[in-house]
Design a protein around this ligand. Structure first.
Ligand code: MCN
Length: 791
């Protein structure tokens, strides 16, 4: 079928748990990260950042810093302006009525959050550069600040940007307000929940870094950086920020140690690094410290929400109504407007047939680090809301939460399913996945046991998280309609060389996902080869002409889809050469294990690797055929893919201490056809850890002065492995009809699922205490207070 990997040469590699080839250099210390690269004459950049949340810059005195030993130059925002480069950080997706204030490489007039870059010091060593920061004197006129998105809009505070006097960047609505109001008026019951989703700090293992090398002689910039999407960085840097044509910029993403979204965006810092190199004609390196990353990497989430669900007594969901204040931080980041609007509101139907949905999102500027997509981006926040609503609805009706979910699931024969929140879900078997997850814990028996234990003053809770996710935004036309500064397509080159080995050049960029292995599996499968015959190259705009990068769980479906299409074209060209040389027709050739064989005469055959050699000699090709054996493919899928699944957690809560013990964690994910089950399992494990982190531990905290309090690893609690249970993972397979290999994304699924699952479990445990919702993070203190009736 069109949805199955059709490696009819069957290398047998698609679907196998092949070990990640990329891990050997990473585990033996041979991986080369940006900071590992040194160039002759290299200098070091440190960025002077504001320690005020909101203030007018009165003056900046850099003379002492400039006079220090080892300091080469100190630049301020005025110097950047005077250099005449366009100096904008062009960013956000457009939205109706969006206020897009100016965003410069270094601030000149005001600082709008603690961490705003105001001056750049270039020195011979990193230490000299950092020491000099302390000698820069900045005089500020402090202004009142605001860090909370509701207060930003409702309290009378000096605006973060003059252009948005009320701090509202956008006021976005999705769905039919009248139809939803009617559904609510008709329904038997309404349940509601007020909730907060705290800010998350992304915590990639490698902090952001850049190394810029401007060549005066050629007028070309080479920029190594911790990028999830080098081609997008090239595009945004060239026109809006530096004013260079794209062919004068090479962006290279060497090994990148995690991103979770934070390395998608076009930040001022990498641009400043490049600009400084252009001023000095010397290589400049910037390596963020951990605290600098905590302060300046875009944060995630930050929603304050009221959700309502309308239900009939038989459990039928009639409608959902949501209003949320989304904190955007002080500047609009690249996906910072799309995440809380399109990505959030469109998943509010979850896995359920909900006839009426209305959602209003108020995007608010605050004096905080800009907020953008963090693993799960928008979908995580939206699914959290609908899953919390289903739980409070179940409580309201006295119906078991699994049963209420079951009664409202989109049935398998309804696909493609158009939700009231404007998405067309591609395929799904939601009940099958939910049943599988519930079977793992013997759900009905466990409910019985829960009741018995309560009589002994023991409180276990069962949490259920159903999710559906829109992954791999496409097609490009839709992205354009929605105002995206990016396309939904992906590009790759599949290239045989004359020795019969294959290089795949892909426009995506791995930060740990395992593309080099899974892409090799796709190409090897299509070409009947072993994965060892295939090299995968990503992350260099001079080697790979075009690409859109890795985010939104798009690489397997869009990038992998492109590779499969390219490999098939290569195979068909090879088939025509084989037919010519074997003096038969293409239809009389079978392809197996890399061999083209004449049907009925198996001794007459040619291996695809031999054909590759012939293709490059070009001595004996079919009439009119060009030599060579490679294809460039651009692939623009017709829709997102829609991964889904059910996660289940079993916890025990100690009401005396508020401690939560996670006893079981089951994840059933459906990401369509699975390229590599081991990599998929790894993605799910990491995702669960981050989802549990958000539910139980994480959350950025600003103090009363607008200072980020959680700015070190010992102040911001990501879960340790000892705090996590053993995960049980399982899969169902419902292929996506929308791409050539039937895959759906998996990179964000578990993060989306795990957070509502954990909160659901803890709140379920606390039912006897009358608790029907508790805000994250569910610290022992908040749980204990809840058991004491103090929420
Ligand atoms: N895969 C597969 N079979 C499928 C689907 C995916 O074998 N049916 C494989 C893919 O080939 C790929 C991996 O699973 O090797 C993830 O694929 P995909 O879901 O397409 O996601 P992307 O590769 O586009 O990665 C992005 C996604 C996102 S959005 C975040 S955030 C995230 C994540 O991946 N950040 C990560 N996983 C991460 N993993 C690591 N180690 N580090 C990060 O920063």
């Amino acid at each position: 079928s069109a949805t199955e990997p059709d490696g009819d040469g069957s290398g047998g590699t698609f679907g196998s748990a092949i070990k990640r080839g990329e891990d050997v250099p990473l585990l033996t210390g041979d991986g080369e990260y940006t900071d590992d690269i040194s160039l002759r004459g290299m200098t070091h950049l440190a960025i002077c950042r504001s320690d005020h949340a909101h203030a007018r810059i009165e003056s900046i005195d850099t003379s002492d810093a400039a006079a220090m030993d080892g300091v080469i130059a100190v630049y301020t925002g005025e110097d950047v302006v005077e250099s005449g480069v366009p100096n904008t950080i062009p960013t956000a997706w457009d939205l109706p009525g969006l206020v897009q204030p100016q965003y410069r490489m270094l601030a000149t007039d005001k600082v709008r959050y603690e961490g705003t870059g105001i001056a750049a010091v270039i020195a011979e060593t990193p230490h000299a550069a950092h020491d000099a920061l302390e000698r820069i004197t900045v005089e500020y006129e402090p202004l009142e600040h605001v860090t909370d998105p509701v207060e930003a809009v409702e309290r009378d505070v000096p605006p973060v940007h003059d252009e948005a006097a009320d701090n509202v960047a956008f006021d976005f609505e999705l769905g039919e307000v009248d139809a939803t109001d009617e559904a609510f008026a008709d329904a038997d019951r309404v349940a509601s929940v007020d909730l907060r989703q705290p800010r998350i700090i992304p915590n990639a293992m490698e902090p952001r870094a850049a190394l810029a090398d401007w060549e005066n002689a050629t007028g070309k910039l080479r920029l190594w950086m911790t990028s999830q999407n080098p081609h997008l960085h090239r595009m945004l840097l060239s026109a809006g920020t530096l004013g260079l044509p794209e062919n004068k910029i090479q962006v290279i993403a060497p090994e990148v140690g995690g991103g979770f979204g934070s390395k998608i965006y076009h930040y001022p810092d990498e641009a400043v690094t490049a600009w400084c190199s252009m001023q000095l004609g010397r290589p400049v390196k910037w390596q963020a410290t951990r605290s600098e990353s905590y302060l300046t990497d875009c944060h995630g989430r930050d929603h304050v929400t009221t959700g309502e669900i309308a239900l009939d007594d038989d459990g039928t969901i009639r409608g959902v109504r949501v209003e949320t204040h989304a904190g955007l931080g002080a500047q609009l980041s690249q996906f910072g407007t799309a995440t809380p609007s399109y990505l959030y509101t469109t998943v509010l139907s979850g896995q359920y047939t909900i006839p009426a949905i209305h959602c209003r999102v108020i995007g608010a500027f605050t004096n905080t680090t800009p907020v953008d997509a963090y693993r799960g981006a928008g979908r995580a926040e939206g699914i959290y809301v609908i899953e919390r609503l289903v739980d409070v609805g179940a409580r309201e009706l006295g119906i078991d939460p699994a049963e209420l979910r079951r009664r409202n699931l989109v049935p398998p024969d309804e696909f493609p399913y158009e939700s009231a929140a404007a998405l067309v879900y591609d395929s799904g078997e939601y009940e099958r996945a939910m049943d599988l997850a519930l079977d793992h814990i013997d759900y009905d028996e466990l409910r019985e046991r829960q009741r018995e234990l309560r009589d002994e003053d023991r409180y276990i809770g069962i949490g259920i998280g159903n999710f559906v996710e829109s992954a791999g935004l496409s097609p490009s036309g839709l992205a354009g309609d929605l105002g995206a500064q990016a396309g939904g397509w992906e590009s790759s080159i599949v290239r045989f060389d004359s020795t019969g080995s294959v290089t795949v050049l892909a426009g995506t960029a791995d930060q740990g996902q395992g593309h080099r292995t899974t892409y090799a599996q796709i190409a090897a499968e299509e070409l009947g080869l072993s994965v060892d015959d295939v090299d995968v190259v990503e992350g260099d705009t001079d080697r790979i002409p075009q690409g859109m990068g890795t985010y939104g769980s798009r690489s397997a479906s869009v990038g992998g889809g492109s590779i499969a299409r390219g490999a098939r074209e290569v195979r068909e060209k090879a088939r025509r050469i084989a037919a010519h040389q074997l003096e038969t027709s293409v239809d009389d050739l079978e392809f197996e294990d890399g061999e083209f064989r004449v049907t009925g005469a198996p001794d007459r055959s040619l291996h695809i690797q031999t054909i590759a050699h012939e293709a490059y000699l070009g001595h004996d090709l079919p009439e009119g055929m060009d030599p060579g054996l490679e294809e460039t493919n651009f692939y623009d899928p017709e829709n997102f893919t829609y991964p889904f699944g059910t996660h289940v957690a079993v916890v025990e809560v100690d009401p005396e201490t508020g401690e939560i013990e996670i006893e079981r964690y089951i994840a059933v994910d459906d990401c369509g056809e699975i390229i590599n089950p081991m990599i998929v399992e790894g993605q799910v494990h990491g995702g669960i850890a981050q989802g549990i982190g958000a539910a139980l531990y994480e959350g950025a905290v600003y103090d009363d002065n607008g200072h980020l309090q959680t700015r070190r690893m010992d102040e911001y609690a990501v879960p340790h492995s000892t705090q996590l249970p053993e995960f049980k993972t399982d899969n169902t397979v419902t292929p996506s009809p929308h791409n050539p290999i039937g895959v759906k994304g998996v990179g964000e699924s578990a993060t989306i699922a795990a957070t509502p699952t954990m909160v659901s479990a803890v709140v379920d445990a606390l039912e006897p205490f009358g608790v029907d919702h508790l805000d994250m993070p569910l610290t022992p203190e908040s749980v204990w207070r809840a058991t004491e009736g103090d929420q």
